[in-house]
Design a protein around this ligand. Structure first.
Ligand code: HDE
Length: 677
């Protein structure tokens, strides 16, 4: 463990709960030493098992009860520890200590997730991703429970069960798993037009990220900042990955579900183990209260975003993920997030989706974690002390001493005592509210299509093509022709050409009306406009015995110095011998390696005798080329590109000057993909 992790207060707290069984003797849960763990107690060697075998019963009973319900949404997740550091004092807008005191490093725990799939589903399904962060602040836990898409399907939380029922597997046959390509989902989409904007995002590359480390995060709902003088501001939260936001291709995502269903988990785990700590900057868009009604949408409507060109994102600080979990269940599975976990200086708005969330998260933890004491589970405990009169319930661990468990009291001097706001007690923002009791939606929520069109307008050529492909795949899987038609007619309101193309692809009639007059775009929404970097990109090095030792060594050394992550693939795993006594260690063979696992390929040398290997390499290169990845080759490797006619194509590097080759390759990898190929 590095010093950096040691001085993290949350880690110190967790340390007191960690147990390492290695090298220890075995006991029952009562501490009794066990003499035999493989044979149950029987009457005679072939006789019946005896009830009195308490060790057997304890072992089986515990095992039988190992599972807890998975999360109703976001069941599949992966988490890591880290810390947040503040760049600038934000006290102009908020009094939250984590956003005003630049000397504090706040421990964090982040869980990334898919939304739809079950716990055991694959990582690369087309889906929104959860991006939930627990800040262990000295004022209490603050949870920023975000997604990688800035808008949501619905405007009012009362519809949440409906949208979730619709996108989950169909109830009669539990098909399809972790996929929205089915009739129920698209029936919901067509009949609840408020989701048009979100569905555009779901059909876009954002729903198949390259890595958890390469996606943005958004608080979605509009929150409130409150400063020390009581002045309030509307606020939208943004996480910006230092590596930029990038995606897989749909074909890669599909193949990865078989080749490596844990692709995103492996990617995050390995990056942290290597010391390539993922970094995300936290930013806010701030809107003055007086400007609440200056937008052409309602700030309380979670199906809308504020274009960054209109309200720039102010970067407040940076989160770095530095440590993997010790135990998946204890930490990742038992962590309980709740958007209502706030600290003074952060408050809510009347966004009806947010208000529903404020109820739902605690409610779901009660069943998932088996009672009201889940805040005592180590991963959920605040690092500051907590005192109140709540008592008892399943699995209570705190031993509250003293007789008083009520407020107000005289026997304990009326303690624990509430804290006045000026001394740090949380006080809700005194918003003026008036209105009649009513079930109705504000008219300011009824423009469902303008921002969906803005999103479409903001996409580059390749991104648009991917959206069309995604619609054609998903709607093509819908069996009911009327549902397919209804969706084409719906998305005609976003863009006529988009709808017409989909209609052609899925065999329904082109829309008879629709079209949009919206010309606005927001360049910040295109991933092609995001930071580009070659750092941490995985490069497949295909090599056989007899390679040019000094050349390959110098190339690999240079790439490592630039942060690339080479992986050696050969006929067999183990040593590969080059000239001048250079040896490489192949950690992969062509059975374990697949082009979809890599960002780029360096073709050094095929095999002189293993034709099956050579055939696999040809497929490997062909696929990497099709997925627009950087391909480099030197020496004998160049012939392989000749065969497939790749030479001189964009992103194919065969420079004979070696420093040039190595450098041009890095620059090409940084471009992520070569769409102009
Ligand atoms: Fe959630 N959401 N959500 N959600 N959500 C849950 O809480 C809910 C919404 C998000 O890694 C559940 O502990 C309602 C938006 C994340 O543990 C549940 C509504 C956003 C996670 C729940 C929403 C999110 C959840 C299920 C609409 C993006 C995973 C398990 C009113 C800002 C957290 C759980 C983790 C989890 C309810 C909408 C993000 C059922 C009712 C919008 C990242 O309570």
């Amino acid at each position: 463990m590095t010093d950096k992790q040691k001085d993290n207060e949350k880690d110190e707290q967790l340390e007191s709960f960690r147990v390492n069984d290695k090298g220890k003797y075995m006991t029952t849960n009562q501490g009794l030493k066990v003499s035999e763990d493989e044979l149950s107690l029987t009457a005679g060697v072939r006789g019946p098992t005896l009830m009195e075998d308490f060790h057997f019963r304890e072992k089986l009973t515990h095992f039988d009860n190992e599972r807890i319900p998975e999360r109703v949404v976001h069941a599949r997740g992966f988490a890591a520890h880290g810390e947040f550091e503040l760049y600038q004092d934000m006290s102009r807008y908020t009094k939250a200590k984590i956003f005003t005191d630049t000397s504090i490093k706040t421990p964090v725990f982040v869980r990334f997730s898919t939304v739809n799939g079950a716990r055991g589903s694959g990582d690369t399904a087309r889906d929104a991703r959860g991006f939930a962060t627990k800040f262990y602040t000295e004022q209490g836990n603050y949870d920023l429970v975000a997604n990688n898409i800035p808008v949501f399907f619905i405007q009012d939380g009362i519809k949440f069960p409906d949208v979730v029922h619709a996108f989950k597997p169909e109830p009669h046959n539990d098909i399809p798993q972790a996929s929205t390509a089915h009739d129920n989902f698209w029936d919901f989409v067509a009949n609840n037009p408020e989701n048009a904007h979100m569905v555009m995002w779901i059909m876009s590359d954002r729903a198949i990220p390259r890595s958890f480390r390469m996606m943005e995060g958004f608080g979605v709902n509009t929150f409130r900042f409150v400063n020390a003088t009581g002045e309030a501001f509307f606020v939208k939260f943004h996480w910006k990955p230092k590596l930029g936001a990038h995606s897989l291709t749909w074909e890669e995502a599909q193949k990865l579900m078989g080749v490596d269903p844990d692709f995103h988990r492996n990617d995050l785990w390995n990056a942290i183990e290597r010391g390539d700590y993922p970094e995300f900057e936290l930013g806010v868009q701030i809107v003055n209260e007086k400007d609440e009604f200056t937008f052409d949408f309602d700030l309380l409507d979670a199906t809308k975003l504020i274009p960054e060109e209109e309200v720039p994102v102010i970067i407040m600080g940076k989160m770095t993920l530095t440590k993997n979990v010790d135990n998946f269940f204890a930490e990742t599975e038992q962590v309980a997030f709740h958007p209502g976990n706030v600290v003074p200086g952060i408050d809510f708005t009347n966004d009806p989706l947010l208000q529903a969330r404020l109820f739902s998260y605690i409610d779901t933890q009660l069943i998932r974690l088996g009672g009201p004491n889940f805040h005592e589970i180590p991963i959920n405990r605040p690092i500051c002390p907590f005192y109140n009169n709540q008592r008892e319930g399943y699995h209570r661990m705190t031993i509250n001493v003293g007789r008083v468990n009520y407020h107000r009291n005289s026997l304990a001097g009326n303690t624990p005592a509430p804290v006045p706001p000026e001394e740090g007690g949380y006080k809700h923002y005194e918003e003026k509210v008036e209105g009649r009791t009513i079930r109705a939606r504000s008219k300011s929520f009824t423009d469902f299509f303008s921002q969906a069109t803005m999103f479409w307008n903001s996409m580059s050529g390749p991104e648009r093509k991917h959206i069309i492909d995604a619609f054609s795949f998903e709607l093509g899987k819908v069996k009911n022709k009327s549902v397919r038609q209804q969706n084409v007619d719906l998305f005609a309101n976003v863009d006529l050409e988009l709808a017409e193309t989909i209609a052609r692809n899925i065999g329904v009639s082109p829309p008879t009306s629709g079209g949009s007059t919206v010309t606005k775009s927001s360049p910040a929404l295109s991933q092609l406009n995001m930071p580009m970097s070659a750092k941490t990109r995985k490069v497949a090095i295909i090599v056989s015995d007899g390679f040019n030792g000094p050349l390959v060594k110098s190339v690999l050394d240079y790439w490592k110095s630039k942060g690339l992550v080479p992986e050696i693939i050969s006929e067999d795993q183990g040593k590969v011998q080059g000239t001048k006594n250079v040896q490489l260690e192949a950690t992969q063979n062509v059975y374990t390696a697949d082009s979809v696992l890599y960002d780029a390929v360096y073709m050094v040398r095929g095999s002189s005798d293993d034709m099956a290997f050579n055939q696999k390499i040809a497929n490997f290169l062909d696929e990497a080329f099709r997925h627009k990845k950087t391909i480099g080759a030197t020496g004998q490797g160049v012939q392989w590109l000749n065969v497939n006619n790749f030479i001189n194509k964009p992103g194919v590097i065969t420079d004979e000057n070696i420093p040039n080759f190595a450098n041009r390759f890095v620059e090409a990898v940084a471009q992520h993909r070569h769409w102009d190929r």
